[in-house]
Design a protein around this ligand. Structure first.
Ligand code: OAD
Ligand code: ZN
Length: 280
């Protein structure tokens, strides 16, 4: 297979997006860095490089139930911004919304818990929040469900974090419904990923290192003839970890996400529509 220049790859991707009927967009923390939310694994700025004060054996311990039960302050301190700060969606979030408006978005699978997809207007029906969300919460002890995050919110003052306790059993911590390591992904993820990926004709992967399972094997669930596009600073391993298959239509577009998405929209003739969504 000849090695294509970036511009040639872009042209191929644009052709395939124009012909597509069922696009899946798989997103990660890189999508929201332009909104001011750090990702996890970028050296220096990523969250996992900035947890020294918690003295963890491994940075990802911060998102485990054992650590949470022992030191719940850390998790709330790190995530309180999601409910108190008013982050704005990036133009790439609006690109996904544009795909929905054009009736070609089959689904957006996001690993993010910032909820910026909704703020960009993406429908609930089109979104799978693979790692849960910060919208609802559950008691870790009696499993009482709190459909409204306000119970948690009122405990998290900027300079004073109180641990939200369950009003029912009075002994469990109320934990936002984000997925920790070793926890199951939401049922919606399992149900939909089992049927969506075989229908996908273009898969666009944006802003993820693809280091976390089971989401990182999703790219291998599309048919061999599917176009797979990666938009990211680094070349995350899209490929065939599980099934050892070779996909002939893989395109890696390196560089900044918003810049690349903008270049694609320009080629697609969608520039104005994107700008309209962003400014509305
Ligand atoms: P990572 O931090 O692992 O990866 C983000 C990727 O986005 C990296 O490859 C960056 O190079 C890239 N990136 C960041 N900003 C970019 C930009 N402006 N332009 C281009 N690329 C950019 O984040 P995720 O892959 O989303 O899960 O992490 C996956 C999961 O690990 C998270 O959902 C979270 C975490 O532990 C749980 O906590 C369960
Ligand atoms: Zn309880």
């Amino acid at each position: 297979r000849p090695i294509l220049e970036r511009d040639e790859k872009k042209k191929k991707v644009v052709e395939d997006i124009k012909a597509a009927k069922s696009i899946i967009v798989l997103t990660g923390a890189g999508l929201s860095t332009a909104a001011g939310i750090p990702d996890f694994r970028t050296p220096g700025t990523g969250l996992y490089d900035n947890l020294q004060k918690y003295k963890l054996n491994h940075p990802t311990d911060i998102f485990t139930l054992d650590y949470f039960l022992e030191k719940p302050h850390a998790f709330f301190e790190l995530t309180k911004d999601f409910i108190s700060k008013d982050y704005k969606p990036t133009s790439s979030h609006y690109f996904i919304k544009l795909l929905e408006d054009k009736s070609v978005l089959l689904r957006n699978y996001t690993q993010n818990i910032d909820g910026l997809e909704f703020k960009a207007g993406i429908s609930r029906d089109k979104l799978v929040q693979c790692h849960g969300s910060y919208e609802t919460a559950t008691c870790v002890s009696c499993r009482k469900v709190y459909p409204n995050i306000d119970i948690v919110k009122k405990h998290l003052k900027p300079d004073n974090i109180k641990i939200p306790m369950c009003v029912s059993c009075k002994k469990g911590i109320v934990k936002p419904d984000v997925v920790f390591f070793n926890e199951d992904l939401p049922e919606r993820y399992t149900n939909l990923s089992n049927v969506d990926f075989e229908k996908c004709d273009v898969l666009i992967v944006i802003g993820t290192s693809l280091k976390v399972s089971p989401v990182n094997v999703l790219p291998d669930k599309v048919p061999i003839g599917t176009t797979r596009v990666l938009i990211n600073f680094e070349q995350a391993p899209l490929g065939s970890i599980q099934r050892n298959r070779t996909y002939p239509y893989d395109y890696y577009l390196n560089g900044d996400i918003n810049e690349t998405v903008f270049e694609l929209c320009k080629e697609l003739g969608w520039e104005e529509e994107l700008e309209k969504l962003v400014s509305e």
